[in-house]
Structure formats: C-alpha cells, structure tokens
Design a protein around this ligand. Structure first.
Ligand code: SAH
Ligand code: DHB
Ligand code: MG
Length: 247
C-alpha cells in the first residue's frame, strides 16, 4: 500500500503521486525522521535521557530531536552563557541547550515535580553536564521570584518557556525581569493544533496560550514572531521573542 496510511514509510511512499494526497501526521513524522537521519548524529546521552524518562513513567512531551537542535542552534547564535528554562521534565531540552554553553556557562531549569527533577538530574549527569546545570524544584513562579530576589548574577541571555500553559503569561512577566536588551525568549507549544486561533476554545491550555499571546502582542519591550511547526510532535508552534528595550 502506498500513501500516508502506510506506517512503514518505505521509499515507495515518496514516489510521485503522494504529493496529491492530503498532508498529515504520518507524513510530518516521516519527514521529521528523514531530517533527523540526515542532520542529527546518533546521540547516546540524549537517547538514554528519553529511555530513562520513559522507564520512569514521564510523559513523552519533550521537544523533538529537530526542535532540540533548533534550541541548541539558537543558543549558539545568541552566544548564550546564561540560560533559564521553565519546565524541565526529564531534561531532554535542558541537555540540548546546556551543550551550547561555553566553559563557565550556566543553565538553571525550573521544575515542579520532584520525580521529573530527579530523572532530569540523572540524565544531565549522564550527559556530563552536571557542573553547568542547576535544577530548581518548586512552582516556577516561586522560583522566578526567588531568582529576581537573588539578583542571580546578571540577566539571562536565553529563556525557554515550556511549563504549564496557563502559567505562560506570568512566566513572560517574570522572564522580562530576568532579561536584558538582546535576550531571546523562546516559548514552546503556542499553536496547539491550531486551536489557539479559536477564541471559543474551552481548553484551559489554549486559553492560557491566548492570554500569553495577547500579553506579548501588547508588550512594547519585545519583538515577536510565531513559527507554526509540524513533525513527530504533530502540529504546534514556537514563539521567538527578542527583548528590544532596556529593562
Ligand atoms: N522542556 C521539556 C519539557 C517540559 S514538559 C523538554 O522539552 O524536554 C513541562 C514540565 O513543566 C513538566 O515536567 C511539568 O512537571 C512542569 N511543570 C508544570 N507546571 C509547573 C509549574 N507550575 N512550575 C514548574 N514546572 C511545572
Ligand atoms: C504538553 C506539554 C508540552 O510542553 C508539550 O511540548 C507538548 C504537550 C502537554 O502538557 O500536553
Ligand atoms: Mg513543550
């Protein structure tokens, strides 16, 4: 059988004719795999992180490999030596980001769930990044307040927002207090299968993202775009937010 129903994705799937079939999850995943095979090397530490996360019963909602590589490239473009992550899970995105840090660089990741933090610490250690990564346990808003109170040794160069979606609007406000002109803020999951464009959505996550987007649109200190994405994680989007004003 040829077509997107074919779970095997043999080369035959990509013969002429497929292009006339509707696009969908199977094709997005096949192309994501194709890109991963071409441009991402086999990576035992990242694979072990996913394996340990799955074995511990964590949900399979880490960024995809191609998205992780995007985070890594953006951290490099940014020359980031101080990174803040909000929402650690098993540390998969943490590892991608922390690997972009120069010697002496530092990443702080905020996580509510003690089990997630424990799995993430082990994954980060296995990746050889324990000296660069600090995982702080607690509600992200409390940890963010604490970081502001501490003065935390200067602003962050890159902030990745990826925790509970109803919290995003607050995380934006706190992130701005921890930013400088030139900080790049990246927010995951801002399209939600397109539901974000539906004002009548009853989904609390969608409503949380809509509030976040409205705050962003009204925020004069940033310049923003949103990229819609498809791939192994389905249809979603990533916000790219550049801080353009002194804080
Ligand atoms: N960034 C990770 C995925 C994060 S999933 C990756 O791509 O690999 C979202 C995480 O946010 C979960 O681990 C969840 O426990 C955590 N979380 C949910 N609510 C939170 C809160 N209020 N404060 C901090 N972390 C929270
Ligand atoms: C969910 C959370 C995420 O951060 C993500 O990337 C995908 C899904 C979720 O809570 O369902
Ligand atoms: Mg996410």
């Amino acid at each position: 059988m040829i077509g997107p129903q074919n779970a095997e994705f043999s080369d035959q799937v990509f013969t002429e004719g497929l292009l006339n079939l509707p696009m969908g999850q199977e094709q997005w995943a096949a192309v994501d795999n194709y890109i991963t095979d071409l441009f991402l090397e086999a990576d035992p530490a990242l694979e072990a992180a996913l394996g340990a996360s799955s074995a511990a019963g964590l949900p399979a909602i880490s960024v995809s490999p191609t998205q992780g590589k995007l985070l890594h490239l953006l951290a490099q473009v940014q020359g980031a030596s101080k990174i803040l992550e909000i929402g650690t899970l098993g540390g998969y995105s943490t590892i991608w980001l922390a690997r972009a840090l120069p010697a002496g660089g530092h990443l702080i990741s905020l996580e509510l769930d003690p089990k997630h933090a424990e799995v993430a610490r082990a994954n980060v250690a296995r990746a050889g990044l324990a000296d660069k990564v600090e995982i702080r346990l607690g509600r992200a808003v409390d940890s963010l307040k604490q970081l502001v109170a501490e003065g935390h040794g200067g602003p962050f160069d890159l902030i990745f927002i990826d925790a509970d979606k109803p919290g995003y609007a607050d995380y934006l406000q706190w992130s701005l207090k921890l930013a400088r002109r030139g900080t790049l803020i990246i927010a995951d999951n801002v399209v939600r299968k397109g539901e974000v464009a539906n004002p009548a959505s009853s989904d609390a996550n969608v409503q949380g993202i809509r509030r976040f987007n409205e705050r962003l649109a009204a925020e004069k200190r940033v310049s923003t775009t949103v990229l819609q994405t498809v791939g192994s994680k389905g249809y979603d989007g990533i916000a790219l937010i550049l801080v353009i004003a002194d804080q």
